[in-house]
Design a protein around this ligand. Sequence first.
Ligand SMILES: Cc1cc2nc3c(=O)[nH]c(=O)nc-3n(C[C@H](O)[C@H](O)[C@H](O)COP(=O)(O)OP(=O)(O)OC[C@H]3O[C@@H](n4cnc5c(N)ncnc54)[C@H](O)[C@@H]3O)c2cc1C
Length: 418
Amino acid sequence: MTYDVIVIGGGSAGLMASIAASRQGAKVLLLDKGDKLGRKLGISGGGRCNVTNNKDMDDLIKHIPGNGRFLYSALTQFGNRHIIDFFEGLGIRLKEEDNGRMFPVSDKAKTVVDALIGQVRKQGVEIRMSSPVKRVLYQDGSVQGVLLHSGEKMNSRAVVIASGGCSVPHTGSTGDGYAWAEAGGHTITQLFPTEVPLTSKEAFIRSRELQGLSLREVTLSVWNAKGKVVISHRGDMLFTHFGLSGPIALRCSQFVVKELAKTERREVLLTVDLFPDLSMDDLYKESMALAKADAKKAIKNVLKPLLSERLIPMLLERSGLDDQLTYDNIPKQKWLDLCKLMKAFPVHIHGTLSIEEAFVTGGGVHLKEIDPSTMQSKLVNGLYFCGEVLDIHGYTGGYNITAAFSTGYMAGLSAAQQ
Ligand SMILES: Cc1cc2nc3c(=O)[nH]c(=O)nc-3n(C[C@H](O)[C@H](O)[C@H](O)COP(=O)(O)OP(=O)(O)OC[C@H]3O[C@@H](n4cnc5c(N)ncnc54)[C@H](O)[C@@H]3O)c2cc1C
C-alpha cells in the first residue's frame, strides 16, 4: 500500500501529526504497536491530562529547559493558545489551574484522548493498531516507507517518527525510534531520566525517619562541585523511603543528573529552605520572639507553630540543642545554627530512579539535524520527527505535552505539504 504520510506512534505527537496531515487532504496511515492510542497522554497530569499551559511564549520556553528555544517557530505557528482553541473547537471545555496548567473541565484524560482519536477517525486517517514498526526504509537519502515486524511493507514519501522516549515503557514508548533515526544518519544525544524522583543514601532517609513527610512552599536548591547553586525551585516536595519526590524534586532532577554525570561525582548536595520568605536574620528574630513570648515553654514546643513536628527532633539534635531548653538558657550560637539549618537543610543525593521510571526522557534526536519550522530531517528527505523522541524535555505542568502537540502539528502539516 502507498500513503502520502505514515505516522509511527499514536501518542500526543503522533495523533496531532495525523490530524494536521489529514486536514491537508493527505492519505495518512497511523501505526501503533499497542492496542490503545494515547496511553501516556491518558495517564499524564495525574490521569486528568494537563493538555497545555497558559503561560506566554517566553515563560513557556523557560519551562522547557531541554532546548525549549528550538520550539520558538513551532510554538508561534501552533502554540498553547492554538492548542486551547483546537480542543475547544472539538467541544472540550478547558479550565486553568495553578501555574497556568490547563485541564479538561471533566478532569478526565479520557475526554482529551477520545476527542483526539475521534478527530483522527473523522478525518479519514487509516489506523492500524498492534502493528509494531521494525524499520524505516531509506533509499538514496530519501524515505521510502516502513517495514513492520510482521514483514509487511508500506510505502510513503513522508514518514513521521512520533515513537516517544523510553520512559514508562508499558505505555508503548520503548525507545524504538532512536535506532531508526540512527539508521538515517542522525545523532542521538545522551539519554537520561528527567522529571524523576531522587535517591539518597543519607542515614535519615535509610532509617525512613521522614518518610511520607511533605513540605509545602519550600525552596529546593541544587549545588555544584564548586559550591554554587545551579538551580532553585520553589513549591512542594516529599520525603520518601528512597529519597525525595514531589514537584520541585522532579524539577531539580535533570540538574542533579547533569551534576552527577559532569564530574563523575558520587553525590550532589541539595538544600531545602524551609522559610524562603524570611531572611536568616528575620528567621532568627521571629523564632527568638516566639520563644520569648512563651519563656517557660520547652523549645521543642515553641517550634511547633513553625515546623513539622517530625522535623523538630532532627533539627534540634543537629544544632546541638537540648529539646527541653527554655528561652532563658538558649545558647545564641546554637540557635543561629538551628536557623541556618532551617534555611538550608542539607540532603545528599546519590542518584535517581531509572529512566523507565522517569516521567520524561531527556536527550534524543539531535536538534541541529532538524529544521525547526517543519520538523523535517536535514539528512533524509521526507523524514520528520516530533514529540519526546526529539532532544526536548520540559517540566511537568503541560510543557512536554505542549511540545509534543506543537511539533506533532508542524511535522504532520509539513509532511502533508511535501
Ligand atoms: C505518568 C506521567 C505523567 C506525565 N505528566 C505530564 C504532565 O503533567 N505534563 C507534561 O507536560 N508532560 C507529562 N508527561 C510527559 C508527556 O506525557 C509526554 O512527554 C508526551 O505524552 C510524549 O508524547 P509522544 O507522542 O512524544 O510519545 P508517547 O506518548 O510516548 O507516544 C509514543 C507512541 O509510539 C508508539 N510506538 C513506539 N514504538 C513503536 C513501534 N516500534 N511501532 C509502532 N508504534 C510505536 C507507542 O506505542 C506510543 O503510542 C507525563 C508522563 C508520564 C509517564
